[in-house]
Design a protein around this ligand. Structure first.
Ligand code: NAG
Ligand code: NAG
Ligand code: NAG
Ligand code: NAG
Ligand code: NAG
Ligand code: NAG
Ligand code: NAG
Length: 529
């Protein structure tokens, strides 16, 4: 009975809906409206089923996808009119909006849903500021600094960072609203600003008074210590001790330590200080160190000797470098040195007249005047010496021995070199002679032996004519071999002859050879007897 009733209604609807094929499901509604809206503004959204028959009564509902049970707008359309949802935008409206169409007071018609419409609810940025960790007045080199840009209000915010009004380097680590700087150094010091902006106020540039000044503090570095001594008006002496650190964020405190006792302390807004301590000459005064400290740390310098010795002992002049051209000494550097003395000062003399500063052929160099650079020539020839005295008190001085410098002396061949060269030459000559003599003797011996053997063989052959043929053959082979040798000797003779024509020296050798031949003839004659 009831199903009969339902089908009747459906037929009724199909009569009302002649153009659509669906009897029980509504067409998809279309939702229109802005995708961005500012909080508090009044915005309208529209929903309709295109081509809906005017007679069909449809209920349109607007809600957020995240909470279907919370309807934020409702409209019943009994005619062709479009559904309008005027909304006063609040943060709750942020999200995906959906329009639902259903049959009004008619649960038999199936509802349909629009495509979602994403709405961004923009809240203007307000109260932006930078929070620093660690606190901006206690930031030390080497640390990691985290700056966060916070705001009291604002949605869909993007952040930009500036240091001294320039965008920060890309190298910095960045996440959403924070800037992270690793391994801080002094060059990260500056005025930091963040710009938090969204579509509503996209030019929210903060000026410097809104930024945050970050000073990266530096630990005081190991101080360099140096000691100078000055003479006082009353005749006494004082040591002026300088303690200097390369870096260190003020205030810096320097104290002067003698072992562990603090002699003096000085606080400075710079990285160096001077201390003065009375000293006595030629007396052990011990060692001092600087202790440099600031808020961050403290470091000790190397120890410095406070004992001041007067110049004493021998004064020597040594050449340190030569400048040569074409094996000739053309320049020379001399160094003067006294055996003892903390603050020696030197003076140079040529033929007993003082050389100061720079002249035509010389220059006095090094802070204590201990160096003399010379160019060697006619002007610079003479006797040189230097004198050492105390820089503080030049009343006494010590002289070095005098040394003669001129071109001839410098370029004279040293006796040792001469001996070595001569010895080598002599040895070479002896070796050559030995070779010659050996060669001649050998040749003479060979040629003599050859003639001797040949003659004897001939004699023997004549005597033993009836000997076996095999034996004869053997002997002839031997003779042939000897004849080969004879030819070699003749060739060698010709060669030595032609050599004799070129060089007269080898004439003696040829003569010697001729003598050898005649001698061997003598031996043969002896045999014949
Ligand atoms: C959905 O809205 C209803 C009505 O305002 C509320 O009671 C419920 O807590 C909401 N649910 C969620 C998950 O927000
Ligand atoms: C629809 O139903 C509501 C109650 O659910 C009623 O107040 C309203 O009068 C009905 N409208 C029509 C057109 O029947
Ligand atoms: C953004 O605009 C609003 C409204 O004009 C203003 O109140 C707010 O101060 C602005 N924010 C910034 C950071 O300029
Ligand atoms: C920076 O902004 C402050 C208010 O936030 C203002 O008083 C000041 O004059 C501004 N300074 C400059 C240089 O614009
Ligand atoms: C150096 O000075 C610092 C700070 O005044 C102090 O803490 C430290 O003990 C001193 N060091 C020495 C070796 O005296
Ligand atoms: C220095 O004296 C030597 C003789 O002892 C002399 O030959 C030379 O020319 C002198 N040099 C100068 C620059 O007067
Ligand atoms: C010693 O020093 C004083 C002052 O510096 C100077 O006037 C004087 O000429 C010097 N004496 C000598 C020998 O160099």
């Amino acid at each position: 009975m009831e199903s009969m009733h339902v089908s009747l209604i459906l037929i009724g609807i199909s009569v009302l809906y002649p153009g659509t094929g669906s009897l029980h499901k509504l067409d998809q509604p279309v939702l229109l409206g802005p995708s961005v809206a500012t909080e508090g503004s009044v915005v309208e959204f529209y929903c309709e089923i295109p081509g809906k028959p005017a007679t069909l009564s449809v209920l349109y509902e607007l809600y957020l996808e995240t909470n279907q049970s919370k309807v934020i707008g409702e409209h019943t359309s009994n005619s062709e009119e479009i559904a309008i949802f005027p909304l006063v935008i609040t943060t709750q409206h942020d999200g995906r909006l959906i329009c639902k169409a259903s049959g009004h007071n008619n649960t038999d018609i199936e509802s349909s849903f629009s495509v979602g419409l994403d709405l961004k609810v923009i809240i203007p940025v307000e109260g932006a500021r930078i929070i620093s960790h660690p606190s901006s007045n206690d930031i030390w080199e080497g640390q990691t600094l985290t700056l966060q840009c916070t705001k009291t209000k604002g949605t869909y915010v993007s952040y930009q960072w500036f240091r001294n009004e320039k965008p920060v380097e890309m190298a910095y680590d960045r996440t959403d609203d924070t800037l992270i700087i690793h391994k801080l150094s002094a060059r990260n010091t500056g005025q930091y600003m963040c710009v938090a902006s969204n579509q509503y106020n996209d030019t929210a540039i903060f000026n410097s008074s809104d930024g945050l000044f970050v000073q990266v503090k530096e630990y005081v570095s190991k101080p360099e210590i140096s000691v100078d001594v000055v003479k006082l008006k009353d005749g006494g002496f004082k040591a002026v001790i300088s303690c200097r650190s390369e870096k260190g964020t003020p205030l810096n405190t320097f104290s002067l330590l003698n072992n562990t006792d603090v002699i003096a302390t000085e606080t400075s807004d710079r990285t160096s200080v001077l201390f003065s301590v009375p000293v006595e000459l030629n007396r052990y005064m011990g060692h001092v160190r600087c202790n440099a400290s600031n808020e961050g740390n403290w470091v000790l310098s190397e120890p410095a000797d406070l004992t001041v010795e007067s110049v004493e002992g021998a004064v020597t002049v040594t050449p340190v470098t030569y400048m040569r051209r074409d094996f000739q000494v053309v320049g020379l550097d001399l160094r003067c040195k006294v055996e003892r003395g903390t603050f020696p000062f030197y003076r140079w003399f040529l033929n007993n007249s003082r050389l100061e500063g720079q002249g035509g052929f010389y220059a006095v160099v090094l802070p204590d005047n201990s160096g003399l650079s010379l160019s060697v020539g006619r002007d610079s020839a003479g006797l040189y010496h230097c004198e050492a005295s105390d820089r503080l008190d030049n009343s006494t001085s010590i002289r070095s021995p005098r040394i003669l410098i001129n071109k001839e002396v410098l370029n004279r061949v040293s006796p040792v070199v001469a001996v070595v060269v001569f010895t080598c030459f002599a040895l070479l000559n002896v070796a050559l002679m030995a070779c010659c003599i050996y060669g001649v003797v050998l040749r003479r011996r060979y040629s003599g032996k050859y003639l001797l053997i040949k003659q004897r063989r001939k004699m023997e052959i004549a005597v033993k004519q009836e000997d076996e043929e095999e034996e004869e053959e053997e002997e002839e082979d031997y003779l042939e071999m000897l004849e080969g040798y004879e030819e070699d000797v003749v060739l060698a003779d010709r060669m030595s002859d032609s050599a004799a024509e070129d060089e007269g020296e080898s004439v003696d050798e040829t003569l010697l050879y001729e003598g050898a031949v005649s001698k061997s003839t003598d031996i043969l004659e002896e045999f014949n007897l």
